[in-house]
Design a protein around this ligand. Structure first.
Ligand SMILES: Cc1cc2nc3c(=O)[nH]c(=O)nc-3n(C[C@H](O)[C@H](O)[C@H](O)COP(=O)(O)OP(=O)(O)OC[C@H]3O[C@@H](n4cnc5c(N)ncnc54)[C@H](O)[C@@H]3O)c2cc1C
Length: 390
């Protein structure tokens, strides 16, 4: 049940998705429960419309919400097959509906938290406070944390790409999926406008989420993904359309680019989540970085009374991302060879450590040494002006 709101709060969370709810959860768990908090979203119904996956060395945040954990992965590229054990970085999945329900249930127990379902029309801020206007009125707070509106960019992307995908959650009545191993990437060499691959998360031997995923300049029409999914189920698992049920469909369109986001939407209105630029440009993963940012915001509120703006990656990781984006954007065929060499010459643990930005320079060098030199030398040349300046 939603609580009736008054108009002034200490904090307002505008948008109750991955970042907004994680922030609210940290706030009530980690010492801010004396404050008044308003959480607003246009739709608070828990829906499993997103499957968030991530890798993590330590015990993961929201361990109680983990839907599946894998310690093995398969990669198929250019006719090669790499089967990998994950010894350091297990791969986890969380369903967005479970996440939302669990956190909303927790928030509802706190008398100083108000949940409100309403489309937000406007956010504004001054040096002394911030305001939110929605269909239920105007509300004020010391700080607003927003994941609803696209913020201004400090720099427009040079290599704008999107990661777009259609997923089918299917069930079958024969045991055909290897429930212990997820398919990180099974490349589709027939797709020419970008880099395309199938991603398979097996929930059990008879149920899996398959996502046909493309990194390219623009999204495709729906029938293309559907056709690819149908073909894959037939070619890899021998399934005809009548042999499986599609229980759920998941669509995503995630920007992958080198834009620099303004941390603040307005004075005292902080961007969080994807709008804070927390999506890793070269992979599209954001979930783990969002959790880290939520914790940092709350820590800083406790110690300094002000929230922490979203951190930027270290300069060297920004450059690695930029080089890979340049290759993906301008030479997607070569990008597939880069991926092949990455998987051939490194363990997935090493790659996850690197992509999670936890590697040291020696580990970075091993990875850089393992990929074809020419595409990277060209990318470094093309992006040379920004090597030290962004
Ligand atoms: C389908 C999909 C799958 C993904 N899978 C992964 C993954 O496996 N791993 C990973 O690391 N990342 C993944 N991502 C990327 C990223 O983690 C997610 O996009 C994540 O949800 C971003 O969190 P967020 O809080 O910024 O936005 P959201 O979770 O989208 O939350 C934004 C919220 O704001 C609300 N809102 C928007 N506008 C208004 C308005 N005007 N008024 C009121 N409310 C509003 C929305 O209803 C929503 O609840 C995925 C993204 C998608 C789209």
């Amino acid at each position: 049940m939603l609580t009736q709101a008054s108009n002034t709060y200490d904090y307002i969370i505008a948008g109750a998705g991955s970042s907004g709810l994680s922030l609210a959860w940290h706030m009530v768990r980690e010492g801010l429960d004396g404050k008044k908090l308003l959480v607003v979203d246009q739709n608070l119904t828990p829906e499993n419309d997103k499957t968030w996956c991530f890798w993590e060395k330590n015990r993961p945040q929201f361990a109680h919400l983990i839907h599946r954990k894998w310690l093995q992965s398969d990669i198929f590229v250019n006719g090669d097959h790499y089967h990998q054990q994950l010894r350091q970085y297990p791969y986890y999945s969380i369903r967005s509906g479970h996440y939302r329900k669990s956190i909303l249930d927790e928030l509802q127990k706190h008398p100083r938290v108000t949940l409100m379902e309403s489309p937000i029309r406007k956010l504004s801020g001054t040096e002394t406070g911030a305001g939110l206007t929605c269909d239920k009125g105007h509300f004020q707070a010391d700080f607003i944390f927003q994941s609803c509106f696209k913020p201004s960019l400090k720099r427009k992307p040079r290599y704008p790409l999107v990661q777009h995908f259609l997923g089918w959650e299917v069930t079958v009545n024969t045991e055909i999926f290897d429930a212990d191993s997820f398919v990180l990437m099974d490349f589709d060499e027939t797709y020419r406008q970008g880099l395309a691959f199938m991603y398979v998360l097996p929930w059990s031997s008879t149920s899996a989420l398959l996502e046909y995923t493309i990194f390219s300049k623009e999204a495709e029409e729906l029938p293309l993904y559907e056709k690819k999914l149908e073909l894959y189920l037939h070619n890899r698992y021998g399934l005809k359309r009548l042999n499986y049920n599609i229980d759920r469909v998941e669509y995503g369109n995630i920007p992958m680019n080198d834009a620099i986001h303004d941390p603040w939407f307005a004075p005292r209105v902080l961007n969080v989540g994807a709008n804070a630029g927390l999506t890793k440009p070269s992979t599209g993963y954001a979930f783990r970085r969002i959790q880290q940012h939520s914790r940092a915001i709350v820590d800083r509120l406790v110690t300094h009374g002000k929230p922490a703006p979203a951190p930027r990656s270290a300069r060297r990781y920004r450059n690695y991302d930029l080089w890979l984006l340049q290759i993906l954007h301008d030479h997607p065929r070569e990008a597939q060879d880069v991926f092949q060499q990455l998987f051939k010459n490194n363990t997935l643990d090493e790659l996850f450590c690197f992509l999670g930005e936890e590697s040291n320079l020696r580990e970075d060098f091993k990875i850089m040494k393992s990929v074809p030199w020419w595409p990277f030398l060209r990318a470094i040349w093309k992006t040379r002006r920004s090597l030290f300046s962004f």
